[in-house]
Write a protein that binds this ligand. Structure first.
Ligand code: GLU
Length: 381
């Protein structure tokens, strides 16, 4: 078995993301594409695969339903379009899946839902229950209420988060672009597809170009970011042409189609959550020694290395670790509130902490709850 076959043989829990440009055409939703996809996913579910579908298309479908011409819409208009279109989108999926005897569920998520660890785990439990019942969840961003998300969120990012949420084995992004090309194929007719990506470095990022896709928000840049996220979790990702019939079967039969991003390091699910979900509520400025201990030695953060506390936060909050120049070097979950850290910062021994009357705990941020900035995928500059 080659690497591709080995990866596919191990992939039983799948997140399949489909972009707006794949499932909508000039006349609104492309019913035959949705029909084919529903049939394919049902066949996979019947074979024992656990499948989660992340589908875009609400805004595009809403615009077509209301008969509005293409133009730049305001944020509120986009939210209203999403509200209109999501109904039609899910109705169309329902129609086809029901025809094939497959139950589906609609899940609309915002980033805020996944920022809070408790809500994150609740969402996870719901999804796991649906999978146990062999229902296919159809997820989209809850655009109607997600004010910020509608501006910079996209479903590539959402699908990468869903991979972490459910512990998926593989992410498949069905796109109108069939693969990653060594140059932007829209500008360079001689561009060649890249079949495997072992490491996402600046060369690969440069290949993505900067242009967004035809309808969706993401484009190749955000697909590369999603790939960086999931591969750091040890999960492979495939970009494949979404309009090709039987595309999933063709992928699983081992055909070299699209681009496969091979899994890289294995970050724990908890660290993945810390890296991409909570919004930092404060910051700790560290001295040079602490920065070195974190970045070079893989150590936890101790009170001794903290020079300054910024912001007001409770125990358990996500905080940024800054070097003396204000550069963020890591994020992590604090074992202490900001008030407590004010008292113990710079302290070298447990005795001093005790003398100050604060609970003694060696680490302010335990290594297991800390992720270095360099490990976090960000958009290429
Ligand atoms: N959530 C948006 C929609 O359904 C699409 C987001 C994206 O294209 O990534 O219309």
């Amino acid at each position: 078995m080659n690497t591709r076959e080995k990866i596919l043989a191990k992939s039983k829990r799948l997140v399949v993301k489909v972009g707006s440009a794949v499932i909508t055409g000039e006349d609104g939703l492309s019913r035959n594409v949705i029909g084919n996809l529903s049939a394919e996913l049902t066949r996979f579910a019947n074979q024992g695969y656990e499948v989660v579908l992340v589908s875009s298309g609400a805004i595009a479908c809403g615009r077509k339903r209301l008969g509005l011409p293409k133009r730049p819409f305001t944020l509120t208009e986009k939210q209203a379009l999403a509200a209109t279109g999501q109904a039609g989108l899910i109705q169309t999926y329902e129609e086809y899946f029901t025809q094939y005897g497959q139950q589906v569920a609609q899940i609309l998520l915002t980033r805020v839902d996944l920022e809070d660890r408790k809500r994150y785990l609740l969402a996870r439990n719901t999804l796991m229950t649906l999978l146990r019942w062999r229902v296919i969840p159809i997820i989209n961003e809850n655009d109607t209420v997600a004010v910020e998300e509608i501006q910079f969120g996209d479903n590539d990012l959402l699908s990468a988060m869903v991979v972490g949420l459910i512990g998926a084995d593989l992410l498949i992004c069905l796109s109108d672009i069939d693969a990653l090309y060594d140059k932007d194929p829209r500008d360079h007719p001689d561009a060649k597809p890249v079949r495997y990506v072992e490491e996402i470095d600046s060369k690969i990022e440069a290949m993505a170009g900067k242009k967004p896709g035809r309808l969706g928000r993401g484009g190749m840049v955000s697909k590369i970011r999603a790939a960086k996220m999931v591969t750091s979790l040890g999960v492979p990702m495939i970009i494949a042409p979404g309009r090709e019939p039987m595309i999933l079967e063709r992928i699983f039969s081992g055909e070299e189609i699209g681009t496969m991003f091979l899994p890289a390091r294995k970050m724990t699910a908890k660290k993945f959550w810390i890296a991409y979900h909570p919004r930092p509520e404060g910051a700790l400025v560290l001295d040079e020694g602490a920065v070195k201990a974190l970045v070079e030695k893989g150590k936890s953060l101790l009170p001794a290395g903290i020079k300054e506390v910024k912001g007001v936060f409770d125990k358990g909050a996500c905080v940024e670790c800054l070097d003396e120049n204000g550069r963020c070097i890591a994020v992590g979950l604090s074992n202490f509130s900001s008030e407590e850290i004010q008292k113990i910062k710079g302290c070298h021994s447990r005795e001093i902490c005790e003398r100050l009357g604060v609970a003694v705990q060696d680490e302010v941020i335990h290594r297991d709850n800390l992720v270095l900035k360099e490990e976090i995928a960000s958009y290429a500059a």
